[in-house]
Write a protein of this length. Structure first.
Length: 468
């Protein structure tokens, strides 16, 4: 490959691969994290929260797919915002996406470490987390088809296990158990319950966080015009069914308050039905690990493509746009994200926020990045509909402009709520974005050298002008 040629990712993914990536990126959220929403809102209150967030994500995916098929670029939201709003828009969306995808993996890696530490107490959880980074970065670098096939395999196992969970606990399910004191500890909705519904938004987002990362594999997908819509729509429908099924069945098998502040709500819920010695319980515990692995592995794939795309466009150092000479994967971008994640894992002894270690806040940081990216993506959809009506759109958002407007409004509500309940973490998020913006302003020369990426010629055009 010549020095002036655009680094080309290998197109080797099928629609089922992309569906596996979309679901796998998210599916760890069905296993842990969400039950903290019960502590804030109660089961019924959190059910309302989850309906709102599921509505946001469903309308978002049906709208976002239009952008993914029209601009199948490894940068995903970065590319769409660049096309709609120019370099500054691309910077905002790209940086927010990087924060989302760089800060989610350390939390999942630590969950993997904590899980294996329970089974093998002699192992250091943080060392396990670092080992997970090394293993799955290597798998990502080995080749996209190998990585995607593994992702599909572990995703199918994780889905199977969730279905088994619902089936095994169903004999012990009672709606009376689920609804008991279901409004933030009360049997009726109060002002406190309304506040709890809003406070629980981050935990409902955890059910679906990162599904948009499949867009970053669109450039490596065969026939993205057909496969991307099927994969995305199938993915969000799969996740909605699993989220509501998992939450409702877990909450109705006993005292849900015992599950609202723990990291393993599914095994504990199953234990109350089948007992501690059941083989079903042991299977859930072990196969449940695959849910964590699927998300961890998929998000590494996502962050590496985002770093690669931004470097190719001159927004990050050009070394991260280099591809492995034989594997055709962005190896330097993959390793760079791993360095950030491993640093976050070992940051607890140096950095605290609100009295809590950094790793206790990185999921919230990731959610802030995601919400800003959702807002930028929906704004880009509206902007491109106005400025480039002739842009080839193999898939068009249904019920436009209603669906993207619903998604945008709910994303703005989620952002306002997150800021109110997480002011310190938001301040750190703003600080990171400010540092990134300073780097962006000081490195204009890199974008001048980034001409290998035709994205740079996709400047916004005036309304009514046909796209080139």
């Amino acid at each position: 490959m010549s020095g002036s040629a655009k680094p080309e990712l290998k197109k080797s993914l099928s629609g089922i691969h992309l569906w596996g990536i979309a679901v796998g990126l998210v599916i760890s959220g069905e296993y842990f994290g969400w039950s903290y929403g019960w502590a804030a809102a109660g089961t019924l209150g959190f059910l309302v929260t989850t309906i709102l967030i599921a509505t946001m994500y469903t309308t978002f995916i049906f709208s976002f797919t239009e952008l993914t098929t029209a601009i199948p670029h490894a940068g995903g939201p970065f590319a769409y915002s660049f096309r709609a709003f120019g370099p500054t828009g691309g910077f905002i969306a790209g940086s927010a996406t990087l924060i989302e995808f760089l800060f989610a993996p350390p939390a999942i890696a630590l969950a993997i470490g904590a899980y294996l530490n329970v089974q093998f107490p002699a192992l250091d959880p943080k060392l396990i987390a670092v080992g997970a980074y090394v293993l799955f970065m290597a798998l990502n670098i080995a080749g996209v088809s190998i990585a995607a096939t593994f992702e599909l395999f572990v995703t199918l196992l994780a889905i199977f296990e969730l279905v088994v969970f619902m089936g095994v606990v169903s004999p012990g399910f009672s709606w009376a158990n689920f609804a008991n004191n279901g409004w933030a500890g009360s049997n009726s909705l109060t002002v406190e319950g309304l506040g709890g519904i809003l406070a629980a938004i981050p935990f409902a987002i955890w059910f679906f966080l990162a599904i948009e990362g499949a867009a970053m594999a669109a450039e490596e997908t065969r026939d993205p015009r057909r496969t991307v819509p099927r994969a995305y729509i199938g993915g969000i429908l799969t996740l909605v069914v699993l989220a509501f099924g998992t939450m409702i069945f877990a909450g109705g098998v006993g005292d849900w308050t015992q599950l609202s502040n723990i990291n393993d709500p599914l095994p504990q819920a199953m234990k109350s039905v089948v007992g501690e010695s059941s083989g079903w319980l042991h299977m859930l515990i072990w196969i449940g690990l695959f849910g964590l692995i699927a998300s961890f592995h998929g998000i590494i794939m996502g962050y590496s493509r985002q770093i690669f795309a931004m470097a190719r466009a001159g927004f990050l150092p050009p070394v991260f746009a280099r591809l492995h000479p034989t594997r055709r994967t962005p190896h330097w971008a993959t390793l760079a994200g791993g360095v950030v994640g491993i640093a976050a894992i070992y940051s607890d002894q140096f950095i605290t926020i609100g009295g809590l270690p950094l790793t206790a806040n990185i999921v919230t940081m990731s959610v802030f990045g995601a919400i800003v990216m959702y807002i930028m993506s929906m704004a880009s959809l509206f902007r491109l509909r106005a400025t480039e009506p002739a842009l080839d759109r193999p898939y068009r958002a249904p019920f436009y402009p209603v669906f993207p407007a619903i998604s945008l409004a709910l994303a703005l509500l989620a952002l306002a709520t997150m800021i109110y309940f997480n002011a310190l973490v938001f301040a750190l998020f703003v600080g990171l974005m400010a540092v990134a913006y300073l780097f962006y302003r000081l490195t204009a020369g890199m974008r001048g050298r980034g001409e290998a990426d035709p994205l740079l010629s996709m400047a916004p055009v005036k309304p009514g002008t046909a796209a080139e």
